[in-house]
Design a protein around this ligand. Sequence first.
Ligand code: PHE
Length: 351
Amino acid sequence: MNDLDQLVAQATADFAAAHTPAALEDAKARLLGKAGRVTELLKGLAGATPDEKKTRGAAINQAKQRIEAALTARRQALADAELEAQLKAEALDVTLPGRQRGNGGLHPVSLTIERIESIFASMGFDVAEGPEIETDWMSFTALNNPENHPARSMQDTFYVDLQDEGGRWYNLRPHTSPMQLRYARAHSAKYAAQIARGEPIPEIRVIAPGRTYRIDSDATHTPMFHQCEGVWMGENVSFKDLKVVFTDFCRRFFETDALTLRFRPSFFPFTEPSAEIDIAFAEGPLKGKWLEVAGSGQVHPNVVRNYGLDPERHIGFAFGMGPDRLAMLRYGVNDLRLFFENDLRFLQQFR
Ligand code: PHE
């Protein structure tokens, strides 16, 4: 092996020992760079005879070409290895299950409220919403509650630590009944104008679902719960109409005609007479049991006055039901607290 073969062998070994592109370029510089060994060899020909230049020069150039070929091959090998490593690092296992976004769904109580809204809307009821922080007047006084009524007590009602310039105290509404007043008062001027023009007594037909609050906590009571108020007032809307509307509602809500309604005499300051509405199923797991679903009654004249209307002209009923309770009955849930613990194992069943 002559010196040039040796040089080529050495170069090939140097290149093979370079494991990064930078190390490879260093090795190249040591051989082919300005002061590299091949360059030095070529410079060394300066003083040679023309014949020597020819043979030796050709041999050096041939060696140089072999070195360049080895360099190119090594560069390619390094690039291939890098690509391979990169592909390996980014490897996709197409058999892995994808990362799912998780499908959301409505809460069972929201589903229930939507159901209530659509059934009452189909019977011509408007749907209204109102504030959860109420004045004493809206929650109690205007609804004909005497000053010392127990419902006002700190044991039953959450008070907000806030008093406005008028010295009024606020509470977290303990029922949706203030919405009777808010809705009627928002429309009473329009009704008065219609009556003044000699038009028939305009009807109020509205439901108002929403959150309500009481100091109460066990398997069937939570401090936050839901109610849905309903009002139907007109020239002479009676208990009979309430029975028709509510029976129709219950049959559609529970998707069965095998269901009866019962009015059980009761008391609310804002209605007279007043009744609890019970229902009983004629079949199914709850067969034959009377279940309380709403409070109701003919709106008290004092309250109609606070609506801004004339109790001699506007006559009708109001009711207040519990969507949470309706959801429990419809879905067969036995503990109200399950609705508000946000346990996905429970909630996902309603998707
Ligand atoms: N507000 C009453 C309650 O919370 C329910 C009710 C509403 C009763 C309307 C009669 C009329 O218990």
